[in-house]
Design a protein around this ligand. Structure first.
Ligand code: GDP
Ligand code: MN
Length: 303
């Protein structure tokens, strides 16, 4: 019997362009998931990018919560993958995490305590890296990072972000909430990890021990960075671009070549940055710039 044929991939023919649908580019949507949110799933199904060009990858922790999320996810996947052909995704992968889970409690207040951040974000980095290195394929053009608690995006999210033709691009992540003063629903910034660096932060970093990290959005550690969260103006151009030094990962579109070059999520202090902010730094060291869209919104679940 003949040995199996060798498969050749011409990587120069693999594009990641401003017209990804026209060029039939494949997108890998990656989601680290501790809880299953129906809003996330419903929004995912509504994405107008051709589903046959989308592969999905999930990583769930091996905890009781992670087990429940996996079961809920599996049920929804079964439904869509056995439903109408036009809605089916090219492939779906679920990884069960093998790394330690540092924190039991995952409620918002506990997650955001400063002393918990380094350990928590190191664990999230490992989950992201493990998901990325296991699922990135030779035909992947784009990677869309999408957190499990992003419950609302425009249906044209992928096309809209890709149209900017940037190596790394991040929309502004806000949260809907009930404003007691206005007695009405309102929006507020959620993700503070997309920023332009400041000299104050540079000086702070220079004085730190090797293993220490800078964190954004904590009163105890003022960085005076320019935060994309506060640059939002819904009356201005939806597609206004700003160059960034740090990015958040709640929704983040990356050309797969950036990851192929080796840009990952450092689970350790990298230039005193960690996880998605460290990723932007690593991409930058590899010659890839990060961009943000301050007036283009996605929405995080509100606990
Ligand atoms: P926050 O919104 O910045 O507070 O961060 P989240 O707690 O929402 O975490 C970001 C994303 O990673 C979400 O999709 C979570 O479900 C997921 N996540 C958080 N911690 C872990 C973990 O330990 N393992 C895995 N697999 N996913 C995680
Ligand atoms: Mn979240």
């Amino acid at each position: 019997q003949a040995p199996p044929p060798v498969v050749h991939y011409q990587m120069t023919n693999l594009t990641a362009s401003a017209d990804p649908v026209g060029n039939r580019e494949t997108v890998l949507i990656l989601t680290p998931m501790t809880r299953f949110y129906q809003g996330y799933w419903d929004n995912l199904l509504k994405l107008s990018y051709p589903h046959e060009l989308i592969s999905l990858g999930f990583i769930t922790p091996k905890t009781r919560e992670g087990n429940a999320a996996t079961a809920a996810l599996q049920e929804q996947i079964n439904k869509v993958q056995s439903g109408s052909k036009g809605k089916r995704f090219a492939s779906v992968t679920i990884l069960r995490q093998d790394t330690e889970i540092p924190l039991q409690s995952q409620d918002e207040a506990e997650r955001h305590k400063m002393e918990n951040q380094k350990m928590r974000r190191a664990a999230m980095s490992k989950a992201r890296n493990s998901l990325l290195f296991t699922t990135l394929g030779p035909t992947t053009s784009w990677v869309l990072w999408l957190d499990a608690d992003i419950v609302e995006t425009p249906a044209s999210l992928i096309q809209d972000l890709a149209a900017h033709d940037k190596p790394v691009i991040v929309p502004n992540c806000f949260q809907r909430y009930y404003n007691d003063e206005k007695k009405a629903m309102d929006v507020r910034p959620y993700d503070f990890n997309s920023w332009i660096d400041s000299q104050t932060a540079q000086i702070l970093a220079a004085k730190m021990d090797n293993d220490d990290i800078l964190l954004e959005g904590y009163r105890e550690l003022p960085t005076y960075r320019t935060l994309m969260a506060y640059m939002a103006d819904s009356n201005q151009d939806l597609h206004a671009e700003v160059q960034l030094d740090g990015v958040g990962g709640t929704a983040l579109l990356v050309k797969a070549d950036v990851h192929r070059d080796g840009a990952m999520f450092p689970p350790f202090s990298f230039y005193h940055l960690i996880e998605t902010e460290g990723f932007a730094k690593m991409a930058s060291r590899l010659g890839w710039k990060s961009w943000g869209l301050p007036n283009y919104f996605v929405y995080h679940f509100n606990e």
